[in-house]
Design a protein around this ligand. Structure first.
Ligand code: HEM
Length: 554
């Protein structure tokens, strides 16, 4: 079922009007022609009958130019719209929109969540939307996600990710370098198993160090903007853990400089991801270049105490002689972006929701205090805390509260590209025809906010992921058990390789903060989601909020 009516109807009228064979219509081009004719007659009629009004030749030329521009635009529009894709037998309902090329991009960009829900009501669980020159088929039924996720042969991800990342971070496509993609992926093993324990341990030490440096003076209430504060601490600790620090220079200053540039770059990231040329994005190009320069091998060589994962990436990239030094640095910068751009807002939301819900804060803090007590560890900024992976796993209330905030603030769109004209089987008797090059998308935010899956989805319930004192992993929709119910880290082949580390980092941040400090929101204003990153990961808050903290007295 296509949606051609508004677009095709209007275009038809415009063309008929211009051709002039139909009865005169008061449409825009004819009015322009009439005015032009009257003006021309008036000018030509100099010395004859008095003209109804007179026009200078430049005015006439201007009018003519406008008329011509509008007529050309209308013709182009008509041509594009006539060439618009039509739904073929077996294909999902097609939502074209009436603006050539743009299609439904504006509605999608304004509020993707609302837009998709409204289209689902009209067209069902599978439909194709024309968005900025692309045809994206959305699979809305979470029971059908599996048919997309497990089908990585016909529905491809790497090529799409490579194109987007190389454009965004400014390095040449991975496809130009034999096995580079596979070799870089192999390195993700350093974010799991034993290496994960090591890197999480380093993160804990570095976080404590940064907390001590930044917060140890807070014997009385100290006020900060909370997002800025989380960003400062998490960026600094993550950076040192992953990349190390220059012991000779003032490490804090260098990292602060990188963070400030990173924030500027990140502000325009959604535009870059939307394929807007970087040249049109003000200082972004210059800032990206400066950021990449920090990661040139000669600069990275000064940083001591970095992680195995970054060392392995350095070693791998060095083997590719055809990669320029700048390109290798751009790869390191891309990894930095991936490792902090979502973790920082996720940390903010985890903290924000706890502070907004004192009953949740009390339970989570009690759980942390209990663990520290049972492992014989003292609280207070002077004491260092050491926790194993098992300890972190056993903090079920902390994990549930974190999952709940991720459910509420994550908006990542999982994209695959159809490699050929292909029939996608969706279970039961359902199947849809896809065309080569079409995008297939899952939009888990819809699942996260589905009242059939999560009762009162707008409400933060810190213990939503707990059942009988244990982690809850069974969720239902319409009485059927869901395989996928929480997807902040993507799915299948494109699932985030840093997800275990990310969860540990945020838990460690909260443990340290809640163990050592009292913290409260100072402002009462509600904070909403800034939707400009819809589809790209964790949404940012629409404004910052003041909080104050001081060292806990025991
Ligand atoms: C709360 C924090 C995080 C969230 C929500 C998150 C989410 C995601 C998602 C949704 C993707 C897939 C993107 C896609 O489908 O195109 C992704 C990819 C990726 N993430 Fe994360 N991430 C987080 C933290 C991290 C951390 C801490 C690291 C590294 C230390 C990391 C490294 C990566 C990398 C390298 C990729 C690209 C994987 C590839 O090559 O295909 N992420 N992340």
């Amino acid at each position: 079922m296509t949606n051609p009516a508004p677009g095709r109807g209007r275009i038809g009228a415009g063309v008929a009007g211009r051709q002039g064979s139909a009865a005169p219509e008061p449409n825009f081009p004819r009015r322009g022609e009439a005015a032009f004719a009257a003006a021309a007659a008036a000018t030509a009629g100099e010395g004859n009958a008095p003209a109804p009004f007179s026009m200078a030749p430049w005015e006439l030329l201007q009018l003519y130019t406008y008329g011509l521009a509008i007529a050309t635009a209308l013709l182009l529009w008509a041509a594009c719209a006539c060439g618009a894709r039509r739904r073929r037998t077996g294909e999902p309902p097609l939502i074209n929109g009436w603006i050539p090329f743009i299609g439904k991009a504006l509605a999608f960009r304004k509020d993707a969540f609302k837009f998709l829900i409204s289209q689902q009501r009209k067209f069902g669980d599978v439909f194709t939307v024309h968005i900025a020159g692309r045809y994206i088929t959305f699979i809305m039924d979470p029971f059908q996600y599996v048919y997309v996720i497990r089908n990585s042969k016909q529905l491809e991800f790497s090529e799409f990710a490579d194109k987007m990342a190389s454009r965004t971070f400014g390095y040449p496509s991975l496809s130009n370098f034999p096995n580079l993609n596979e070799n870089l992926h192999r390195i993700y093993q350093y974010l799991q198993g034993k290496p994960l324990d090591i890197i999480s341990d380093h993160m804990m030490k570095n976080l404590q160090h940064v907390f001590e440096w930044k917060c140890s003076q807070a014997t009385d209430w100290k006020t900060e903007k909370m997002y800025k504060f989380c960003s400062f601490l998490m960026f600094e600790a993550s950076f040192i853990t992953l990349y190390g620090r220059d012991p000779a220079a003032d490490g804090h200053n260098v990292i602060s400089e990188i963070r400030d540039k990173f924030t500027k770059f990140d502000a325009n990231f959604p535009y870059l991801a939307a394929n807007i040329p970087i040249e049109l994005l003000g200082v972004t190009k210059k800032v990206r270049k400066e950021l990449i320069h920090h990661f040139l091998l000669r600069n990275m060589a000064k940083w001591m105490g970095g992680s195995e994962v970054i060392q392995a990436r350095k070693d791998t990239l060095e083997k590719y002689e055809l990669l320029q030094d700048y390109d290798k640095a751009a790869h390191h910068f891309a990894f930095l972006w991936a490792s902090v751009a979502n973790t920082i807002p996720a940390t903010f939301w985890a903290m924000y929701y706890l502070l907004r819900h004192p009953e949740a804060l009390a339970v989570v803090r009690d759980e942390i205090d209990h663990l520290l007590q049972s492992t014989g560890q003292k609280k207070g900024p002077g004491y260092s805390i050491h926790l194993t992976r098992e300890h972190l796993d056993n903090l079920v209330y902390l994990e549930s509260s974190l999952n709940e905030s991720l459910r509420m603030c994550s908006s990542s769109m999982n994209i695959r590209i159809s490699q050929e004209d292909y029939i996608l089987k969706l279970g039961g008797n359902q199947e849809v025809n896809l065309r080569k090059g079409d995008w297939i998308a899952l939009y888990p935010q819809i699942l996260h906010m589905d009242p059939e899956v999560y009762e009162d989805p707008e409400v933060y319930k810190f213990d939503r992921y707990i059942e009988n004192g244990k982690k809850k992993t069974t969720f239902y929709k319409g009485g059927r058990k869901l395989k996928y119910f929480l997807m902040p880290f993507g799915s299948g082949i494109s699932m985030c390789p840093g997800r275990f580390f990310a969860m540990n980092e945020i838990k460690l941040f909260l443990i340290l903060f809640l163990a050592h400090f009292d913290i409260e929101l100072v402002e009462k204003k509600p904070i909403g989601l800034d939707n400009s990153r819809m589809g790209l990961g964790i949404l940012l808050p629409d404004s910052d909020i003041a909080c104050h903290y001081k060292i806990r007295s025991f």
